[in-house]
Design a protein around this ligand. Structure first.
Ligand code: GTP
Ligand code: MG
Length: 458
């Protein structure tokens, strides 16, 4: 049978040299290309589905051996793309892999576009669009929490939630269409039930997804933590301790850090974006004053502030003044330089005014209690933004959810004065917007936009 689907190939592993590199071929020619270049170690061994076979890649014309490899064949429809797929695991040198790929191209495959394997998986119905996007999220995940959510969405968690809302809205579209087409013959259209279903089922579910998107953004981009405090208390030393490398300058001179320094660290599975700041306090120096202005901006934009103290000096009036300024933000105190005070095992003497906020004694110098500080940061984030969720709609999903939400609100806000024809249009738009998330109503432009963000080979 004639097929207009061509065969694509690409390196599926990273571009640098590595112990193993995997070449993936997908499309109708996959098996015939593999048969022409693969010579099994045991003569006569057939390329059988889902069996790993050891052999060599040999140029058909020159009989030149290119590499020792393992080859796997996954026939359609039970493969990643839904098409015939061959994967060749070779040695990961650029030269060896490049030569094998050239051979594959010379026999009729063409280089895959970014995300084209996953696009084919979507088009053949192996996964929906939200699941396909989760594949890219999983590859890009920089923390284990972000990876957990990507995996959950790859397995369909977001698609199910969106699908349930779409079902509700779609069921009303069907009823409204019947009422419009058949009038009284379709039976009474229950307007009350319609409004109730939108306001009490669909709308709260959309709002919950928008809230999940907001929280998910924290995980995608990292939890923004500002290290603030008087000059010289050890803010930069704490940043370096979290990063495990000397990123910021540390000196005994007060006012060493003049500009904000932002760095991401993975702490207990979460991405934390720390901002080390210029110390806050009285100053006449124009540069220092500018630095403090930037510190305040960073504080405004962060999820939480760690107020760093030099506990070897006790809690000074300046520390308490800073505490007063910061206490409206999620806040905790890092009582730093605890190595300088006599070993102490009783409860911390926390000043009365600061009694209600988490307080951790640490030493950036020795690393003592750094884990405890990290744990306190995370539990404070959990308290202010629960992070126990398994869906995190991205920017594209959020836009579609907001559109659907707007459609439902225009029906509900009209309080029954909207002609049913117009309600039908709003409902149809909402169904379409939700369908864009999972791909039922996604046009080629949306697909291009989604898949162009993938890497080649995925
Ligand atoms: N003993 C001890 N010294 C520390 C500790 N943390 C920082 N220091 C010392 O305190 C001094 C100031 O440290 P920095 O990290 O530069 O302090 P900072 O808060 O960033 O200072 P500015 O950038 O000037 O605001 C340096 O001499 C550090 O070595 C600690 O936990 N224990
Ligand atoms: Mg500093």
């Amino acid at each position: 049978m004639f097929s207009d689907i061509d065969t694509i190939a690409a390196l599926a592993t990273g571009p640098g040299p590595g112990p193993i590199g995997i070449i993936r071929i997908s499309g109708p020619l996959s098996l015939s290309i593999a048969s022409r270049i693969f010579k099994p170690h045991k003569p006569g061994t057939a390329i059988r589905p889902r069996k790993l076979i050891y052999g060599q890649i040999v140029e058909p014309d020159s009989s030149l051996v290119r590499d020792d490899v393992l080859l796997a064949f996954m026939p359609s429809p039970n493969s990643y793309t839904g098409e015939d797929v061959v994967e060749i695991s070779a040695h990961g040198s650029k030269a060896a892999l490049g030569a094998i790929l050239d051979l594959v191209f010379s026999l009729g495959a063409r280089p895959a576009q970014p995300g084209e394997f996953t696009r084919r998986a979507f088009l053949s119905g192996r996964m929906d669009l939200a699941q396909a996007e989760a594949v890219a999220d999983l590859i890009d995940a920089s923390s284990s929490r972000a990876a957990d959510i990507a995996l959950s969405q790859m397995q369909g968690s977001l698609s199910r939630e969106v699908g349930q809302i779409r079902e509700i809205v779609l069921s009303w579209l069907v009823k409204i269409s019947a009422a419009l087409d058949f009038g009284d013959d379709a039976g009474e259209f229950d307007e009350e039930a319609f409004f109730q279903s939108l306001s009490q089922q669909a709308l709260p579910a959309l709002d919950a997804l928008l809230e999940a998107a907001r929280r998910g953004q924290i995980l995608r981009e990292g939890i923004r933590v500002v290290l603030a405090g008087r000059p010289n208390v050890g803010k930069s030393s704490l940043l370096n301790a979290f990063l495990g490398r000397p990123r910021a300058l540390v000196t005994p001179v007060s006012g060493t850090t003049r500009d904000c320094i932002e760095e991401k660290a993975i702490v207990q599975g979460y991405g934390l974006v720390f901002t080390d700041t210029a110390g806050l306090g009285p100053s006449q120096d124009a540069v220092e004053l500018l630095g403090m202005e930037k510190t305040r901006e960073a504080i405004n934009q962060c999820h939480l502030v760690v107020l760093v103290l030099d506990i070897s000096q006790g809690v000074l009036a300046e520390d308490e003044a800073l505490f007063q300024q910061l206490k409206n933000k999620p806040l905790l105190v890092a009582a730093n330089k605890s190595d300088l005070i006599v070993p102490y095992h009783g409860p911390d003497e926390v000043p009365q005014g600061m009694a209600n906020i988490p307080w951790v004694r640490v030493s950036a110098l020795t690393g003592e209690n750094l884990d405890k500080l990290a744990g306190s940061i995370l539990s404070l984030v959990h308290r202010t933004n629960t992070l126990e969720f398994n869906v995190a709609p991205n920017v594209r999903h959020r836009a579609a959810i907001s559109r659907a939400r707007k459609n439902l609100l225009s029906i509900l806000n009209a309080k029954g004065s909207l002609p049913i024809e117009l309600a039908a249009i709003e409902i149809q738009d909402a169904v379409n917007a939700l369908g864009e998330i999972t791909g039922q109503t996604a046009n080629p432009d949306i697909l291009d936009q989604v898949f162009s963000q993938f890497c080649i080979g995925k």
